[in-house]
Write a protein that binds this ligand. Structure first.
Ligand code: TYD
Length: 212
């Protein structure tokens, strides 16, 4: 059975490095597809030229000032919103997005940029998400999970930084924000995420959005 939503739904997965975002996104994608939903998946930084620039620069820590970082993430996001998110949402898809502007508030905010300023700069052009899942893990354990992916020499410096980033993530509040303990078993987390989404889609449905 195919489920067609009248209006697209934007689901964001957030958290510090090693929280398990990509794993959860993958599981979610499969489950929603199996239920007949049309699903799309995107990541930030994206595949755009700005996203590639960010990834290239990320190999050299502190090669950019916090303001330059912010500028690049905003440029990348503008492109992702216009090129990827809006078209997929217009087609009524459920869009799963791995990182969004909450990452900018947390990561660039942890470098000293005013968090409200970052939020406002983003909210001028982003599509507001329907649901945001924040996977919470302490910096040390997050880093342990991705140890082989990261430069070990930078570990301590990074841990310090990620402690601040995590703190900002934990402070996000709002009716569309769901905080999840990322140390729980993988399947428990994916069930919890799926349940929240299905519940959300149901209220959506009873609010007049047709599923056929
Ligand atoms: P990501 O691609 O999720 O990391 P990985 O290298 O593990 O695949 O993101 C790259 C880094 O970019 C990550 O450490 C978080 C950071 N980031 C920001 O600092 N600000 C932002 O706005 C975004 C989207 C990511």
């Amino acid at each position: 059975m195919k489920m067609i939503l009248k209006k697209g739904v934007l689901i964001v997965i957030e958290g510090i490095d090693g929280a398990g975002k990509s794993t959860q996104a993958e599981i979610l994608l499969d489950r929603l597809k199996a239920k007949g939903y049309e699903v799309a998946y995107f990541q930030e930084p994206s595949e755009s030229k700005w996203g590639r620039e960010i990834k290239k620069r990320a190999l050299f820590p502190d090669s950019l000032s916090p303001d330059e970082e912010l500028d690049l993430f905003l440029k990348d996001r503008r492109e992702n919103v216009e090129r990827n998110l809006k078209p997929a949402l217009k087609e009524g898809k459920i869009v799963i997005l791995d990182r969004y502007y909450y990452s900018t508030i947390a990561y660039q905010g942890a470098k000293g940029i005013d968090k409200e300023m970052i939020r406002k700069a983003n909210e001028e052009f982003v599509v507001k998400p329907d649901l945001v899942f924040v996977l919470d893990i302490d910096a040390k354990r997050g880093l342990e999970r991705i140890q082989d992916r990261k430069n070990k020499d930078k570990l301590f410096e990074r841990e310090d930084y990620l402690v601040k980033v995590r703190k900002i993530f934990r402070n996000f509040k709002g009716e569309n924000i769901v905080h999840i303990d990322a140390l729980k078993p993988r399947d428990e987390i994916s069930e919890e995420i799926e349940e929240s989404i299905l519940k959300y889609l149901h209220t959506f449905e009873t609010n007049g959005v047709r599923l056929s």
